[in-house]
Design a protein around this ligand. Structure first.
Ligand SMILES: [Zn+2]
Length: 71
């Protein structure tokens, strides 16, 4: 049974099998968190939200372009 985890960066609750970037929900959130520590003075909350927005709207990776040619 999987215990849901909460990402320290975006507070998103996710399952541990969903990510390889533990304890974050994604590699991007891990990078954001690293950026906060390494560049705290320049990392603005608004910038983080923008990053998360990009992550949310990012289309899934399509590694099989042949599927698109269905007609
Ligand atoms: Zn996250």
């Amino acid at each position: 049974m999987l215990a849901p985890l909460r990402c320290p960066t975006c507070r998103h609750v996710f399952e541990s099998t969903y990510t390889v970037a533990m304890p974050f929900c994604s590699e991007r959130c891990r990078q954001i968190d690293l950026g906060q520590w390494l560049d705290e003075e320049h990392a603005l909350p608004l910038d983080i939200e923008k990053h998360l927005e990009e992550q949310a709207t990012q289309p899934p990776e399509n590694d099989d372009p042949d599927d698109e040619v269905s007609w």
